[in-house]
Design a binder for this molecule. Structure first.
Ligand code: 5AD
Ligand code: SF4
Length: 435
């Protein structure tokens, strides 16, 4: 049985949904090479850390995780350790220099070379930006069944260069996959049981690939795939919310009434310093147009507290913008200087001031989140069942607005899309009954 025994692969994913998608594709690529996934690093023949570099201490976190793998590698020197993702891209060979237990370092654009690297046929460090589409060169997925909701990366990289952000450096320039490839992947996912697809990209609504006139047109084409019930997308930049995309929110029933549209700040001065290239008013007018097209849409956003130069008045502007829009949920972060970005050299806001602003913002946002969730009670919503709940006969799924919903539905299966009347709102979920 020796060389028939499958090799075991443990992947830890940090950061965003694009990394979740990439980890899945890497696992599938390595499956073709005889690896099966395990959820215990102790059992693994290969450990892959798929890293994120967006905010503070990402590299430190990686090095401490690697430190914790030392005893494992000491006991089993043939254990392969790989670092993937944005820290791999940013740090490259430095990772192996600092942590010699690492066998390979692979940047996000070179994943298709991972199987060869894992066999020892490639370089130990690959942070190239090759011309070919990595997804095309990844081995074909095995025709296994999939969970009802899946991610599909349609675009990578970013040309926006917000002053705080590493993405344009770690993920590179915007590259859009052609519509034909996206459509064939969508059809393949549906054939494997997927009913909902979230289209991913660092600047997804800036998609400008071959085969469609723009992102709105791409969504219309994807909506025509038989058997696909729901479409979502993330993350978007306000300046790329083109008319045809707003119209798709009005016209395409499969497109869920949910939009993550980061604004980062409500102060014109700070938006300018961030190089966002839009004003507070541009954003508010855009929200009006989106709500006119789709009145029941839920909006979510990202905010940064304590960007260099931010005053109390700027912070108050952000709170006013939050109050004015009313978000369904939002992510807020304390500014963290990223090496190599334009804002990194600017004088920072006092740390305790930034903390206080972050808390104030989070308090307001969580009040809004609770209000938005409580407002679902009494409504009839679509729910896509994903898995059985903890109680007998119970299923749990996601509503149109991405809330988790628990429903007593003994005859239902994962993948069923049902109408549910919402009965109650709990801290992180809703309870409903089949309508
Ligand atoms: N500091 C704090 N937050 C950041 N983000 C990106 N870069 C930084 C940074 N340097 C946040 C932004 C972005 C989200 C993904 O992470 O709000 O929208
Ligand atoms: Fe970063 Fe998003 Fe700005 Fe691009 S648009 S630079 S990914 S924050």
């Amino acid at each position: 049985m020796t060389d028939q025994t499958p090799k075991r692969l443990f992947i830890k994913t940090y950061g965003c949904q694009m990394n979740v998608y990439d980890s899945q594709r890497m696992a599938e690529a390595l499956e073709a090479d005889g690896y099966v996934q395990t959820d215990r690093a102790e059992d693994a023949d290969m450990v892959l850390l798929n890293t994120c570099h967006i905010r503070e201490k990402a590299a430190e976190k990686l090095y401490s995780d690697l430190g914790r793998l030392k005893p494992l590698k000491g006991a089993r020197p043939d254990l392969r350790i790989g670092v993937a993702g944005c820290v791999a891209q940013a740090e490259g060979a430095e990772i192996i220099r600092r942590m010699p237990l690492v066998d390979l370092v692979v940047g996000p654009q070179a994943y298709h070379r991972l199987p060869a690297m894992a066999r020892g046929d490639g370089p130990a460090v690959d942070t190239d930006f090759p011309a070919e589409d990595k997804f095309d060169h990844l081995p074909q997925r095995a025709a296994t069944r999939r969970a009802p909701a899946a991610f599909l990366t349609v675009q990578e990289g970013c040309d926006k260069f917000c002053a705080f952000c590493v993405v344009p450096y770690t993920r590179g320039a915007e590259v859009s996959r052609p519509a034909a490839r996206i459509l064939s992947e969508a059809r393949d996912l549906v054939a494997r049981g997927v009913r909902e697809i979230t289209l991913l990209g660092q600047n997804v609504n800036g998609w400008h690939g071959a085969g469609a006139t723009g992102f709105g047109d791409l969504i219309r084409q994807i909506a025509a795939v038989p058997g696909l019930d729901r479409i979502r997308y993330t993350t978007s930049h306000p300046n790329d919310m083109a008319d045809d995309l707003i119209e798709a929110h009005r016209d395409v029933p499969q497109l869920m009434p949910y939009l993550h549209l980061p604004v980062q700040s409500g102060s014109d001065r700070i938006l300018k310093a961030m190089n966002r290239r839009h004003t507070r008013d541009d954003y508010l007018r855009l929200i009006d147009r989106i709500r006119a097209a789709r009145p029941d849409i839920m909006l979510t956003s990202d905010f940064i507290a304590g960007f260099p130069g931010e005053t109390d008045a700027d912070h108050a502007d952000t709170l006013r913008l939050i109050a004015e829009v009313g978000f369904g949920t939002a992510f807020s972060f304390k500014y963290s200087p990223r090496p190599g970005t334009p804002a990194a050299d600017r004088p920072t806001v006092n740390d305790s001031v930034a903390d206080a602003r972050l808390h104030e913002m989070q308090a307001l946002l969580s009040r809004q989140q609770k209000a938005a969730q409580d407002a679902m009670v009494g409504r009839r919503l679509g729910v896509l069942f994903e898995k059985p709940g903890r109680m007998p006969g119970q299923m749990v799924g996601k509503s149109d607005y991405l809330h988790s919903v628990f429903v007593h539905a003994p005859d239902a299966q994962p993948g069923d899309l049902v109408t549910v009347r919402i009965k109650a709102s709990a801290p992180n979920s809703l309870e409903g009954e089949l309508a």
